[in-house]
Design a protein around this ligand. Structure first.
Ligand SMILES: Nc1ncnc2c1ncn2[C@@H]1O[C@H](COP(=O)(O)OP(=O)(O)OP(=O)(O)O)[C@@H](O)[C@H]1O
Ligand SMILES: [Mg+2]
Length: 436
C-alpha cells in the first residue's frame, strides 16, 4: 500500500528541486548540470508513475521496480534537503531561533569535504535513477500527463457515496444524531425533510455524510438512495439527469427538462428515498424550487441531506434545524495526524518530532483536510529541520481568504497549483520573519 505514495513523493521532490533556494545554491556551487539531469530523469519516470502504481497490483516486477524507485527517491529527497539546509546556513542574515541553533551545530563543517560529499551523493542518486528509468522500458507503461493527474481542489470536491477514509475520527455523535433523525422522520406527512450540514471547506461534511449514507440502518430504511455531487454549477437538467442515474434509471436521449422530470417522478413513485446533495453553492431560491418540484414520491418519510460551506444556503434549503459541523477536537486531530505522519514509525523513537507535530496540529485548527495534507507530507520526512520548517513557515500568518481557505490549507502542498507549490516550498523553508 505504501507504494501507492511514490507519486506523491515524486511530486514533493519536484517541488524541492524547483525551489528557488535549491536552484540558487546548486548553481552557485557548480551543481547545475547534476540538478538538471536529476530533473530530466525524474520527469521521464514521473510521466509513467500513475500507470505503474496501477499495474503494481498485478505485477510483482512492477512492484519491485516501484520499491527500488522509492528507495532512490528518498535518497534524492535527502540530497535536496541537504542542499536547502546548507543554503539556509550560508545566509548570514538568517538568525531565527531554530535555524541559528542548527547553524551552530553544523558550523564545524569543512566546506570542501561537504562539496565532495554532495557531489558523490547526487551522482549516486542520478546513476541509480538512470538505471530505473532504463528499466521502465520493459514494462510498457502508458504516459500520463503530470499536471492533469494532480488533484485540484475542484477534483477533490467531486464526490461519490463511497467511503474513502479508512477511519473517521470524532464524528460518531454527529453521525448518530443524523441517523436517528432520518429514521424518526418515517411518519412525516411532508414530501421530504431537508437536513443541512454546513461548515468550512475541508471540515469533513462529505465524509460525515458518506458515513451516514452507508450506515446499515439507513440502508435498510430507504428503498432508494441517491447521491449527487452538486458543486458550483446548479444546472437543473444536469442535476435531474444525475439524480435519475444515481437512482439506477436511464435518461437515454431525453434532452428536455419536462420529460426528464416525468421520468424522475416514475422512478421515485411509491418509494421512500434518501437524496444527498453534496457541496451546494447555489443561493438562488428559484433554482432550488424548480428542482424540488420534481422530487415527489407520493410516500412520506423521504429525506434530503444537503452539505454546503455557506450557512445562508443551509438556511435557505433546510426544513430541519441546521447542523453546524464543529472542528475536530485536539485528541482526534492528533490521532488523524499521527496515523498519517508516523505511519508505521514508532512514535516513541521520535520524541522531538512528536513535540513539533503537536504544534503543527494545533496550528491546523481542527480542520481534517489540513491535518491530512500536512501529515501526509511529513510522513516522508525524518529530519527535525523539515518539521520545524513547516511549523515556523510564514504561511501560517496569512489571513483566511474570502473562500474561507485557511492558511493551513494553503500549506497543504499537494492541493496547490505548481507555481504556488514552489512558493510554498520556499516559504516553508524560510523561517518566520525572514525577509528576502
Ligand atoms: N473525521 C475525519 N476523520 C478522518 N479524516 C477526515 C475526517 N473528516 C474529513 N476527513 C478527511 O479530510 C478531507 C476533507 O474532508 P471532506 O471532503 O469531507 O470535507 P468537506 O467539508 O466536505 O470539504 P468541502 O467543503 O471542500 O467539500 C478528506 O480527505 C477526508 O477524508
Ligand atoms: Mg465536501
Amino acid at each position: 500500500m505504501a507504494d501507492a505514495l511514490v507519486s506523491s513523493l515524486l511530486d514533493l521532490i519536484f517541488g524541492n528541486l524547483n525551489s528557488a533556494l535549491v536552484q540558487e545554491f546548486g548553481q552557485a556551487r557548480g551543481f547545475k548540470k547534476e540538478l538538471q539531469k536529476l530533473e530530466s530523469t525524474l520527469s521521464t519516470i514521473h510521466a509513467v508513475i500513475h500507470d505503474a502504481e496501477e499495474k503494481q497490483t498485478k505485477s510483482n516486477a512492477v512492484k519491485n521496480w516501484l520499491a527500488k524507485l522509492k528507495d532512490v527517491a528518498y535518497d534524492a529527497d535527502d540530497v535536496l534537503d541537504d542542499f536547502a539546509t546548507e543554503a539556509l546556513l550560508q545566509r548570514p542574515e538568517i538568525c531565527g531561533g531554530a535555524i541559528k541553533r542548527v547553524r551552530n551545530f553544523f558550523s564545524y563543517r569543512n566546506p570542501i569535504l561537504f562539496r565532495f560529499k554532495m557531489a558523490r551523493n547526487i551522482k549516486n542518486v542520478v546513476e541509480r535513477l538512470d538505471e530505473i528509468a532504463a528499466e521502465k522500458a520493459k514494462f510498457h507503461f502508458r504516459e500520463g500527463v503530470m499536471e492533469t493527474e494532480r488533484v485540484s481542489d475542484a477534483e477533490r470536491r467531486h464526490t461519490s457515496s463511497f467511503v474513502t477514509e479508512p477511519r473517521v475520527y470524532g464524528r460518531d455523535d454527529d453521525k448518530e444524531k443524523i441517523v436517528q433523525l432520518l429514521l424518526a422522520n418515517v411518519n412525516s406527512q411532508d414530501d421530504f425533510s431537508i437536513y443541512a450540514i454546513f461548515g468550512m471547506g475541508g471540515l469533513g461534511k462529505t465524509t460525515l455524510t458518506q458515513a451516514v449514507y452507508n450506515d446499515e440502518r439507513v440502508m435498510e430504511h430507504f428503498e432508494l438512495k441517491i447521491w449527487v455531487c452538486v458543486s458550483e454549477e446548479f444546472n437543473i437538467k444536469r442535476l435531474t439527469r444525475a439524480i435519475i442515474e444515481s437512482a439506477g434509471g436511464m435518461v437515454g436521449d431525453l434532452s428536455e427538462l419536462d420529460p426528464m422530470q416525468c421520468r424522475l417522478r416514475d422512478i421515485l413513485n411509491g418509494k421512500r428515498f434518501l437524496l444527498v446533495l453534496d457541496d451546494v453553492w447555489n443561493e438562488n431560491q428559484d433554482e432550488w424550487d424548480k428542482l424540488k418540484s420534481a422530487l415527489k414520491s407520493g410516500v412520506g418519510g423521504n429525506s434530503i441531506i444537503v452539505t454546503t460551506r455557506i450557512e445562508k444556503i443551509a438556511r435557505m434549503m433546510a426544513t430541519l434545524p441546521l447542523h453546524q459541523l464543529e472542528l475536530l477536537s485536539k485528541d482526534d486531530s492528533w490521532s488523524l495526524f499521527k496515523r498519517l505522519a508516523f505511519d508505521s514509525r514508532e512514535t516513541e523513537h521520535h520524541p522531538n518530532l512528536i513535540m513539533i507535530g503537536e504544534d503543527i496540529v494545533k496550528k491546523c485548527g481542527g480542520v481534517p483536510l489540513a491535518i491530512k495534507a500536512l501529515g501526509g507530507m511529513l510522513r516522508f520526512k525524518d529530519k527535525e529541520i523539515d518539521w520545524l520548517a513547516i511549523k515556523e513557515s510564514e504561511m501560517w500568518d496569512v489571513p483566511a481568504d474570502e473562500n474561507g481557505i485557511i492558511p493551513s490549507l494553503r500549506l497543504s502542498y499537494k492541493h496547490l497549483p505548481s507555481h504556488l507549490r514552489q512558493c510554498f516550498v520556499v516559504c516553508s523553508i524560510f523561517p518566520k520573519d525572514y525577509e528576502t
